[in-house]
Every structure is written in C-alpha cells, then in structure tokens.
Design a protein around this ligand. Structure first.
Ligand SMILES: [Zn+2]
Length: 203
C-alpha cells in the first residue's frame, strides 16, 4: 500500500496491529478520524492511554477494575457464599449480562493449556484457595466452575476440583447449555443464564 503521508502510514500500521483489523480496515478508520473533529481523536487517544495506565486487577477476584476492589467485590448486594470461577473478564461480563447470578467471581486469567505452555502456576489458583482458607473471609459455601466446555476448560475444571476437595464446600459446574467446544462469551444470554441456574455438582 502506497501512502501519501508518512503520518497516515504510521497511524494505519498502529491500528492494524489490533486483532481482527487488516490494513484496509485500519486505513478506513484512520481516514474516518481525519474527517471528524480533532477533539474526537484527542479523546480517543486520551481514553486509551488512561485505560492502559490506570486499569488494575481487583486484589480479591482479579477482575479488571478502576480500584483496588472491583465493583462486584465491593458491593454489599452480592451473595458472598458463592464464587464463580471463570477464565477471564469477558466471561464475567457475559455472566453479568444474563442478570441471573448474584454471587462473586474469581478470574483465573487463563486456562491450563499444555500446548500453549500454560500451567496451574500461571493462573490465579493459589489466591482462590486463599479465599477459601481465610477464616475471616467470606463464608464460602459453593464454587461454580464456569469454564469453556473445551478440552482445556475440562482439564482446568478437573485440576481445580481436585485442589478444592479439601474444603467442605459444594463444587458445581454450569450445565452444558453452552455448546460443546464453544466459548462462554459467545453463548447467548438466555442459554448462559439458564446454565448458571441449573448448574450441576461436579463429579
Ligand atoms: Zn473483585
């Protein structure tokens, strides 16, 4: 692609580094910004920089948050006896969108994947065990394993239930209304909501 401007070329190359965006789409976005008010690009750039430098991970559940504690962990309206274990923040959003779950979360930050070299120690598993062990913490009665029904998800669920067996709590998985091999975030809200409600004991 021949560019009339080095500045445009640089911007296109940066935008094209984002997943799912090719050079053509990047060029379209860049030209779109050029047509709009300069303030629009300014506020886009500022919000991206602020987001990148200020967003943190909740110290309790590892969900993304503006504060030390995320809004879910800080809320008094949530059922603290329930922890739903998910792979990442997108799953928290997907489950929150169903409006069917009022418990807490624990974000693992990935799933066990030998192919990608991700083992249990790369995930937030120890901090989950700490949450269950903490005598001053929430009196947790149930841990729901809401992981994608893939081989990696199953491996992670199996590992977790072995680790969690030492606690006298209920361990359940979401019912498989979620298509096998599918991703949680792509399940529709009704299906995912139903899966959470009709969860089954892990055996
Ligand atoms: Zn949190």
């Amino acid at each position: 692609m021949e560019f009339p401007s080095k500045l445009i070329e640089d911007a296109v190359n940066e935008v094209a580094k984002l997943p799912g965006i090719g050079k053509k789409t990047a060029l379209r976005l860049v030209l779109h910004l050029l047509k709009r008010d300069e303030e629009q690009t300014q506020s886009l750039a500022e919000s991206l920089v602020a987001m990148r430098s200020k967003v943190k991970h909740c110290r309790k559940c590892h969900n993304l948050s503006d504060n030390d504690l995320c809004s879910i962990c800080a809320s008094h309206k949530r059922d603290r006896s329930l922890i739903c274990v998910v792979e990442d923040t997108r799953d928290v959003l997907a489950i929150e969108n169903t409006a069917q779950y009022k418990g807490m979360y624990h974000v693992l930050g990935g799933i066990i994947s030998p192919v990608e070299g991700i083992g249990p120690s790369d995930l937030h598993i120890e901090s989950l065990i700490e949450r269950l062990r903490d005598p001053d913490g929430d009196a947790i009665k149930e841990v729901i394993l809401a992981l994608s029904p893939t081989m990696e998800g199953d491996t992670t669920a199996f590992y977790l239930q072995k680790k969690l067996r030492m606690f006298s709590i209920k361990i359940s998985t979401i019912a498989r209304g979620v298509p096998i091999g599918g991703d949680l975030e792509y399940a529709d809200e009704v299906t995912l909501g139903r899966s959470i409600l009709s969860r089954i004991s892990y055996e």
